[in-house]
Design a protein around this ligand. Structure first.
Ligand code: TUI
Length: 310
């Protein structure tokens, strides 16, 4: 059986080269510890949460696993600087970042011995991250859920691999062993998976959210927020269809869009509110059809990838 033990396992201190996506409002200590206990790297999402919430989740995760786990810093958050310091103070082993350039934090993280793995949507930012001392990068294609760049996983990953000496982790559109094997063929040394874990037993989102992901077909994701410069991929619902079409025909201004969507992810995750919630998901949701424990998800993915790579 092909060993999937790569340089990413050495950097993360994990059995498998697999990182769980840092999904804001979703990825907390229950999910992160389940992924870490199953041999991947669980991630707690900082999102735009208050610092006390994140500190508490980090401490809970330490109780739930003795394996390494990480924290995602969402750089558009007003309190990103405080959260960036918190991961140092709490001795978190790995930090991933999203929605911006984490350059100004990298030296302090490295000094504290934190492994730094920024999400990048382009070769240009990937090169800057390597120069700034990142340990690896996550090249995330537009198939991903949430805030996205323009390039696809298939095009982005090999170009980032060619441009960098540090290892590259592929993300966007990966939910089974075929996606992992394909990522390896593109030169990636690991994968980040988000949407598949939405339909895990340990993911503590509203049942309506899980049901939407499980029922989604291949054509059931939609991008909103293009007019604001912050495009986000969601489950297609009455609300997201209306938002996208209003943006397209100019009947909603960026300001009105922001007003309508503020707090909408929380409404999806906690309340399952179909009228006002935005249910972020990747375009691979069509392939996610069953809720399972994280351990089963990870073992099935890795066994299939290993067999294919053989
Ligand atoms: O960050 C994500 N996914 C997210 S963050 C989020 S919360 C949010 N909600 C609404 C608007 C904005 C954020 C929900 N989902 N994925 C990682 C990711 N990072 N995707 C794209 C990027 C990215 C984009 C631009 C990373 C760096 C970047 O750099 C711009 C620059 O400053 O060079």
């Amino acid at each position: 059986m092909t060993k999937l033990n790569t340089s990413i396992c050495d950097i993360l201190g994990t059995r498998y080269p697999l990182i769980q996506g840092g999904m804001a409002w979703i990825a907390e200590s229950t999910l992160a510890s389940a992924v870490s206990n199953a041999g991947g790297l669980g991630i707690i999402a900082g999102g735009s949460a208050p610092i006390d919430y994140l500190r508490n989740e980090i401490r809970k995760c330490k109780e739930l696993t003795d394996k390494p786990f990480g924290v995602n810093i969402m750089l558009m958050s007003d309190n990103a600087e405080d959260l960036a310091q918190l991961v140092i103070d709490e001795g978190v082993q790995v930090v991933t970042t999203g929605a911006g350039n984490p350059g100004k934090y990298i030296a302090a993280w490295k000094e504290a011995g934190v492994k730094v793995i920024p999400v990048v949507p382009s070769v240009a930012l990937a090169k800057r991250m390597e120069r700034s001392g990142a340990d690896a990068v996550i090249a995330e294609g537009t198939e991903s859920g949430g805030h996205i760049g323009e390039n696809t996983t298939m095009c982005l990953v090999p170009q980032v691999v060619d441009a960098l000496s540090i290892p590259v982790i592929a993300a966007g559109g990966i939910a089974d062993g075929r996606g992992v094997a394909a990522s390896f063929m593109l030169g990636a040394k690991g994968v980040q998976i988000g949407t598949r874990f939405l339909a895990s037993e340990e993911c503590v989102i509203h049942p309506t959210y899980k049901e939407l992901v499980i029922k989604a077909k291949d054509t059931d994701s939609i991008v909103t927020g293009r007019s604001t410069g912050h495009p986000c991929r969601n489950v297609k619902t009455k609300l997201t269809k209306k938002l996208a079409s209003n943006e397209m025909n100019g009947t909603i201004s960026p300001d009105e869009f922001e007003k309508l969507t503020v707090g909408s992810l929380r409404k999806a995750v906690q309340d399952g509110n179909l009228e006002e919630g935005t249910f972020l998901c990747g375009s691979i949701a069509g392939m996610v059809n069953e809720v399972k424990p994280c351990k089963d998800i990870i073992e099935e993915i890795m066994a299939q990838a290993s067999e294919l790579l053989d």
